[in-house]
Design a protein around this ligand. Structure first.
Ligand SMILES: *Cc1c(COP(=O)(O)O)cnc(C)c1O
Length: 379
């Protein structure tokens, strides 16, 4: 069994994907082919945002957003303590100080109360200027934007939505990747919408920022690539990846997102019935997840390593996202983040376990996984 079965997806979409790739090979327009603009239009329409600017990966997408806002030395950027490294790495790379903020135990996402405390603390200390909040849609679930937006407005901060895992999620009818002043996503193969290599995208309603993003991603170009008006980077989405993504976006909209939600509902049903004393993922009213991960919390007494080994013997891969909170990463030793309490993130790092999930996981497989988990927990 695969943790995320990309082969099954390819078998289902093979004919169209092969055709699309072949068209790129025949046309030879490997960089900035027409498929890239077509995809950008489709993504912007799907998300409901004016501009979509694709780029080389989700990490660059965050970096480009921070470049546009001129965030750097002396600036504080608030980042959840429980996320993938890139959410904190990118502001640090720009010279800014990531300030790690605790998350909520039930949603895994940024805690609005802890966010406000952290902002007040930074303001009191006076060494850094609060500039932006990187809110992450962890495991497919949008962060609590209604509350985060109020805090951002109160303190005059920008919101950068890191939707690398969140594409396809929504609150009410509003889609993920439309909640930030700028929002980003990743097309890394294992993300909810993945390509066959690296890829990323940036979303915004702001015309001026959209123009800047298009310039920064091609060496700070002015009128053209050989007229350079600012220092930028080289970060484009390959035409082949755009061609693959066009096919996958259609499947994502037509049935994958619905199917992965059915798988999650089945897990929740089976795991609740099995009474294993687990904490199951919670989706608040009005929220919709794209289930980048199905993350459970094991009971205090459980030996997570043992459970993982036992499941592996039964042929079932599991993952620990994430084993270490951001503020404990060696790379962030020099930032001021270590004095911020992130007790929930610490707890989650000890208890969390992710089960295989993807739209092509069958009910029989879910049942096998749940039985294997029950057996592993008894040992
Ligand atoms: C995957 C991921 C990224 C980075 O995306 P890449 O395309 O791998 O660079 C950033 N933030 C989060 C939360 C992610 O999960």
């Amino acid at each position: 069994m695969q943790f995320r079965d990309l082969q099954k997806q390819y078998q289902r979409l093979k004919k169209e994907i092969d055709q699309e790739i072949q068209q790129v090979l025949l046309a030879g327009n490997f960089i900035s082919g027409k498929q890239v603009t077509e995809l950008e239009e489709q993504l912007a329409e799907y998300v409901g945002v004016k501009h979509c600017i694709t780029c080389a990966n989700g990490t660059d997408a965050l970096t480009l957003a921070l470049m546009v806002w001129n965030i750097g030395r002396g600036d504080a950027v608030f980042v959840p303590d429980f996320t993938f490294f890139a959410s904190g790495e990118t502001p640090a790379y720009e010279g800014a100080s990531p300030v790690f903020v605790d998350v909520e135990a039930d949603t895994f996402n940024l805690s609005p109360a802890s966010l406000e405390q952290a902002i007040m603390k930074v303001k009191e200390e006076g060494a850094l200027i609060p500039r932006a909040i990187i809110a992450v849609d962890l495991f497919g679930l949008p962060a609590n934007y209604p509350e985060i937006q109020k805090i951002a407005d109160r303190y005059g901060l920008l919101i950068l939505e890191d939707g690398a895992q969140g594409f396809g999620g929504r609150i009410g009818t509003q889609k993920a990747c439309s909640f930030g002043d700028i929002s980003t996503t990743s097309f890394f193969p294992a993300k909810p919408l993945g390509c066959y290599g690296d890829g990323g995208a940036i979303f915004t309603n702001n015309d001026e920022w959209a123009e800047l993003l298009k310039s920064y991603r091609v060496h700070g170009k002015g009128a053209d690539k050989y007229d350079n008006v600012r220092i930028g980077i080289n970060s484009r989405l390959d035409t082949i990846q755009a061609a693959v993504l066009k096919v996958k976006l259609k499947a994502f909209q037509d049935y994958e997102l619905t199917d992965v939600n059915k798988v999650a509902a089945k897990y929740t049903e089976l795991l609740s019935e099995a009474h294993m004393d687990l904490v199951l993922p919670m989706i608040a009213d009005g929220y919709y997840s794209s289930w980048a991960q199905y993350a459970i919390q094991l009971p205090e007494r459980a030996d997570r390593n043992g459970v993982q080994m036992c499941m592996k013997k039964a042929g079932i891969p599991t993952m620990v996202y994430y084993p270490k909170p951001m503020h404990r990463q060696k790379a962030f030793k020099e930032t001021n983040s270590a004095n911020v309490d992130c007790l929930i993130a610490e707890e989650l790092c000890k208890k969390v376990l992710c089960l295989p999930i993807h739209p092509y996981l069958e009910e029989e497989e879910c049942r096998r996984i749940v039985s294997a988990l029950a057996a592993s927990l008894k040992k």
